[in-house]
Design a binder for this molecule. Sequence first.
Ligand SMILES: [Zn+2]
Length: 447
Amino acid sequence: MSLGEVVLMGIIHPVSRPFYPVLSNDTTGVKSVPRGEIVMLTIDEERFQESFETYSAIGSTNNNGLHRLALTDEDKHVRDQFVADLESLGVDIRIDQIGNIFARRDGQNQDIAPILIGSHLDSQPYGGRYDGQLGVLTALETLRTLEDEGIETKRPIEIVNWTNEEGSRFQHAMLGSAVFIEKTDLSEALDLTDVEGNRLGDELTRIGYAGTDAVEPFDIHAYLELHIEQGPILEEHGNAIGVVDGVFGITWLRATIHGETDHAGPTPMHTRRDAMATAADAISEINRLPNRLSADAVSTVGELRVEPDSINVIPDVVEFTVDLRSYDDDVVAEAIERTEAEIVAACNRHGTTYELEEIWKTRHTEFSPRVRDAIADTAESLDVTYESIVSGAGHDATNVNQAFPAGMFFVPSVDGKTHNEAEYTAWGDCVTGANVYANAILALAGR
Ligand SMILES: [Zn+2]
């Protein structure tokens, strides 16, 4: 659905004394307001698109993608643009020691917890223009729209650009938000290095974004993040918005198979202790596991290391990673058990041994019902089609939700493609998302 259609369906633009519905409040949840009486915020579509194009030009690739890795020159340029845009809104900007950029728009009451809005401006290598960036620009457009309408919300509104969400250059995804909620140590984060040995803390200083503010959580009434779905469901169902119930539980394992090296020629097949043949058997079974476990379970073997890695030598060491996910933590636990059972079976067939190590684990997350209701209610008021959805990917909102009420909603990704240059969301869907976002934020912040 495009904004044009929404307007034609009877949404009245704000007039001199507009009435804004209270869609939710602290204690009693959502109050519905009959449609027809509602005057909703409408973003400036042209300005929103202009910003999207300006930001997309910073680190753009030949195929309409984005190559803007965390704390590179491109990241510096887009941060400079963001800060300049915030300055022209007259909001108070702060940069913390991990480089998260915050800015506060005052509310009527400065002593109550703010609404936090935003996402991330870094991208994957040769990634897309929508992942993260769309969320930040939607948040920026929300502040601009509130300013256009001269609306002073009850609560202050803070906008944020989180540092290093993607985790591709410095391998710790969702880093800025993890340090913010004190899940990851600041010093550990600053000491991360990229493949060339550049230290994260030094790169922050080099691009001028090593801020002085302590990285510490401040009280947040609600955090809301708009993001592209990065999957095919909304497009398949023809819905404009996916209200995210929560995020999958994820476990990462590292398996190491030990066998024996030998010559690829004279060694008969039946005397071999081949670590690669063992891993191959185990991996093909691990890929079949999800079908036997649940409709939503997924398993991925994404890394493989072979010793001695020689064309005519039987490998004696093979190491591989396993990424297991489901919304149901019990399914993930079961998947871990069965993964080990498949490795044991493969080792028994090949006379090899194994080690299995859990390298990272996060339980499934359920987002705040208050935030979810605010999104769903706003979508209904705007006649925007929506459904509940769960996310297989982690986001900054996942981290924030561990400390404060948080929520997310998705807009459709064409063919579900993401983390590559083909990532695409129809512009009408971006605009619809931005209108839902602006109004949900107004509902949460109150008047
Ligand atoms: Zn993202």
